[in-house]
Design a protein. Sequence first.
Length: 374
Amino acid sequence: MPSRISDALKDHPVHLPHNILDLGSVKELPDSYAWNAPPLPCDRTVLDLSVPVIDLGHPGASTLIGHACKEWGVFQMTNHGVPRDLLTEVERAGRDLFSLPLQQKMRVARKPDGVSDYGVTRISSFFPKLMWSEGFTVIGSPLEHARLLWPHDRAAGFCDVIGRYNDEMRRLAGKLMWLMLGALGIRHHSEDDVTWAGPNGDFPGASAALQMNSYPACPDPDQAMGLAAHTDSTLLTILLQNDTAGLQVMKGDGSGWATVPPVDGALVVNVGDLLQMLTNGTYPSIVHRVFVTRNAHRHSIAYLYGPPSGVKIAPLPALTGPGHPALFWPVTWSEYLGMKAKHFDKALTSVRLPPPRVSDMESLTPDVNIETKS
Ligand SMILES: O=C(O)CCC(=O)C(=O)O
Ligand SMILES: [Fe+2]
């Protein structure tokens, strides 16, 4: 049993392209990046609907969050307590990293069986075309890699910012868990409690990764895809986006995409697959994607939060009962990542109860046309 998320990801390698292009210097969209067959990124059936923006200091925040999670699986939050300066610093750290020359970034390129570091998104392996983005994944301390990018003091400065941001995210993610679960009547120290919440309810064994994303300005944005539609394999994800729009979420009823506009100082929270399981389907894991633009360089930083790797995630007993059977069988994060690596957007279906019949398994082949839902 892998003890850390990095081991879990290593156990489930996905085949990724290793030729990385210097996107910032490309004047014409290469064919390998042109999504000229369905799903088309320019197919933007954008709904005139807004994802809720919730003030965490509001006395009814938990109820508002509960509604947003049921209805959307995503919301933006203000008044979250993360110092404004730290948001600016971590955003700058991401910008500094991605603005390095490609050869320099390639010093920390992800190894074929690796998970941390610089490279294309892991979901690339499921799509025939490449995405107009680059990423840097941090699991644990990035010091060893930062030292390959910068002189000692700059590397230390980068790690200091990432460390402080990770600490804030961990605190916030624990708080969000209780706001989300509290809206469903689940309380710490009650018999409905989450077994791995720890004595202080701060989920001491939780695992996490920080995913820094860069979407350079693109010569042909209608043909390019920043990040193709997917759900996160997390409990929840906390996202910081810069002032360039790009994130779109699929409205739960499949009626279309809604853009999540940057709100100054706000953080986006989305429900991941594991929270959908834990809440027995009450909070849906949200399908999302990223579009790119001709003139602006977009940056985002996603904090991917999950349970301790050995813990089995199953619907909370308080949310099941007569008339409400458990809809998912118990899996660890590691086991689920293995299913995601195999079935991609069908991974949640593969852990549904009753189990899919053998004859249904063929329909669990990843369906990369999930874009056509719009
Ligand atoms: O850049 C964004 O807005 C979304 C990033 C994302 O979905 C991810 O890293 O999983
Ligand atoms: Fe995502």
